[in-house]
Every structure is written in structure tokens, then in C-alpha cells.
Write a protein of this length. Sequence first.
Length: 415
Amino acid sequence: MKFKFEPAGLKQEIKDLLKFCEEHKIDCYFDGEEFSEIDDDDDHHYHDDDDDEFLFNYELDTEVYLPRVEYDIDPSPLSHILEIIDEAKDCRLIDDSKLISGNKALIRISTDKRSVLHDLNDISTEIFISDKKFEIDMIDGITSFHIKLTIENMYNKYVPPYDDNDLFIQIISNQQIEEKDLNIIFDSYSFELKSTLNLEIDESPWVYELWDDEDNEDLDKSIKLRPLLYGKGVPELLALYNSSNTNSLPEQRILTYCRVIEYVSQTVIRKDLIEKTVTKLSSSRVLTPDANYVLELGRIFEDHRSQKKDYLAFKITIGTCSDLYELVNYAPKFLKKTNKIRLETNNDEQQKALDEIASSISSTRNMFAHAKTNYELKGDECPPDQLFEFSLLIDKVAQQVIRWFSRQHEDTRII
């Protein structure tokens, strides 16, 4: 097979592309054909018994399969593949969700109405900020974001650097894009989608490390400890948490971890009360309050009192302090909603999983704390044969709660 290049300079670009793919374990197919190298001799025969000519040009259908990706990849023009690789080589990845490369940027997003997008013909728009023009659209498929993840090895055996559910806001400008531009554009585009199409989107940082279930065989020996925690209320909280080390029974550990959650819950609830009250007092209605306004303000305090109840205190504390994606790795099988959580799970399902965790912790705690022959089960208590796994889950919740508490300003902590 003879190779032909149009234009002639494309030959070196193809050679550089193949070298790049080899370095990063990427499989590359040109019109369904895979070539390991392009010989310097234009008359080189790839197969000695085949005199067919293979034409390389910028319109050639090209597929790149990133490491561990098993999805079918739609072909793209060769020019597009070369473009996104060049962008990935010279870009900034910000907060694992935004990528800036010159006058182009991507923001990784999620939405619980992905199916709605298939029915929309055009959701592109534009915005002018000072003397800059920005063209905005929503895209999927292979992008420079995925290539950047591959270059930086931001994937593992369970989470490849490309997911066919990935969705991005694409921003193209006539000038260099700055990070502050992205925040303005995202907020404006998000508002327009919601107000016009009732389509809600969220910024969606790339997460892969929490889904690596391998044992510690690949443990990074260079890992460092965080600075030690200290401050108002922290020593007492840590002492309470560490007291579980003397208990071997999972039910005793569960009770101790629940006390940790309860310790922090009052700080969480007060912070929630303050934020809601400040929001209400920031309303223009505060200048001419009517009866409804006063009743609405009172309702905030009534709700606050109800939040002090056992289950609601657990619910708001776990919802505020917890990283659900990390908890999934520790969820016993009886937590069915939690075990269904995946990276692409929508916000509503995530909230249901957090509610399930909070409810099961509250009920299981009450089952042990009020052990009586006439105690009425709620139905969401942890089964006896899963108590050990459940104690590991609540242990992780307690750790997250402690770290949240330590990050709060000392004046806001209740001890």
C-alpha cells in the first residue's frame, strides 16, 4: 500500500500524531485502518503484495481510542483530531472542570435532562464582554479535555479518560480567553438555558480517583499527611471519634460515630439558619414588611427547631458535610439507592441516596440506643449481617464531618 499526502506537509503531522498516540497508549484508526508508522520513503509499500494507494488528507475519517475506552467512537475529520491534540498539549486545566487553550475553552457540565438536548436543533449563542466576542455552544464526543486527561494520566482501570456521556460548553473567542471570562459566561448561559428551555446544568469536575477500588498495591509512597487539625472544639471532637478505637463491636462503633455527627450537627444547623435568615433580611421587602413577610421569617425559625430532631439533624449534616462519591465505595448492599450512584447520576438521585444514608444511620442508631423489647423498627435499619460494612460507612461519614467542622471559622462552631 502506497501512502499519499495532501498537502505534502501533512505527512510530518501524521508521523507526529502516531508518535504521540504510541506514547500515551492511544489507538488511532484512519478510515478504519491502523498504521504503526509512516516510512520516510513515500514509495514505501505497507504491504508488499498490495499496490493500492492510501490517501491522507484533512477530511479523512479518523478515530482515536483513549486508554481503557471500550465505547464505539464516532469518526471525526483528521483536522479535528490534530486540532484537539494541539489544544491539549498547550492548555490549562482548572478545577478539573474547565480547560483553556488560547482562544478556545471547555467547561464540563452535567444535566438531569440529557435526553432533552437531542430534541434541540441549536442551543448556540454569543456574548460580548468588553471588546471580546464569545461564541458558545454545547458539544459532546472526543475533545481536548479528554486528551488532556490522557496526557496527565487522570484515569484508572475503572474510569477511562473518556465517557460517552460527557458534555461540555464550548467557548470560542476572537481573543485570548481568561478564567474570569468563563465564570461570567457559564452563569449567563446557565440562566438562559433555565429561563428559556427549563434546562438546568451544573459544572461537573472530573472525578476518577474515588472510583479506584484496587487494594493498596499501587499506593503512592510519596503521599503526605495533611496538616494536623486543631482549634475550638476540634480536640474534643477528635477524642470522641478516637474513642471508637477501644470498641471492637460494630454496633458500639456506630453509636460513637453517630455521636460525632450529633456533635457537629448543631454547627451545621445554625449555619443553615443564619444563611436563610440573612437571605430573607436581604430582601427589599424588609423595608416595608407585611404580615406575610413576618410569617415567612417566623417559618424559618420554626423549621430550624424541627431540624434539631434526630433524623432531620442527621439529614442536613450528612447532606452538608459528605462527599457522596466517596461514601458509595463503603455502602453495604442494603443501601440500594446509594449503590446505584455513578458519575453520571443526576442531582435528584444523589439527594435520594444521601437521604437513604441519613435515614438508615438514624434508625440504626435508635435501634441500638433504645434497645427495648417493644421498640418498633422503621424498616431501614442495617441488617445484622451487614453491620460491619455499615460501621465502615459511618466511619467515613464521621471523618468527613470532622473535616468540615475544622474548616469552619471558630466563631461559628457550637461546642
